[in-house]
Design a protein around this ligand. Structure first.
Ligand code: TYD
Length: 139
């Protein structure tokens, strides 16, 4: 799917344990300026349900497991299972995302390309698909 990249990040393990590196543009397509993490969600919860006009994200479930469904508003969708600390998924701006099926121990880390700005979140599906249609018609 365009705008979605699955990553298997470098693991620099030794006898003392494992260390996983995401070194900005050396490993992903942006230098993160913000990160946040989600925990204490469970398998009854659906998070996200939005698209971002500018922000690109990388999601890594460092403990436990979750899934993310990504939709492009044109009928394409992809589900990525995040179940290893070194596995991540890049999600481009203007893609719809839903995070769900959290294991009770899940800690989902999110790296973001932009600082938080609530006005660049599109939280209504119909509004989102309308914008996608309009983007396409101006190409
Ligand atoms: P929300 O975007 O609904 O989380 P999710 O996408 O995981 O479902 O964010 C939850 C609340 O936190 C909401 O009130 C906005 C706030 N928030 C910030 O203030 N800064 C941030 O960087 C993020 C991601 C959320």
């Amino acid at each position: 799917m365009n705008g979605v990249v699955e990553h298997n990040f470098r693991q620099l393990g030794d006898k003392r344990g494992n260390l996983v590196v995401v070194d900005g543009v050396n490993d992903i397509s942006f230098d993160p300026v913000r990160f946040f993490y989600i925990y204490n969600s469970d398998n009854s919860v659906i998070r996200g349900q939005h698209a971002n006009i500018r922000t690109k994200f990388v999601l890594i479930n460092v403990v436990g497991k979750s899934k993310v469904k990504i939709k492009d508003g044109k009928g394409n969708e992809k589900v990525v299972v995040l179940d290893q600390p070194r596995k991540g998924v890049f999600i481009d701006n203007m893609l719809w995302k839903e995070m769900y099926d959290f294991s009770v121990d899940s800690i989902l880390i999110v790296l973001a390309s932009e600082h938080y700005d609530p006005t660049e979140y599109i939280r209504d599906w119909d509004d989102y698909t309308e914008r996608i249609k309009n983007e396409d018609s101006t190409k």
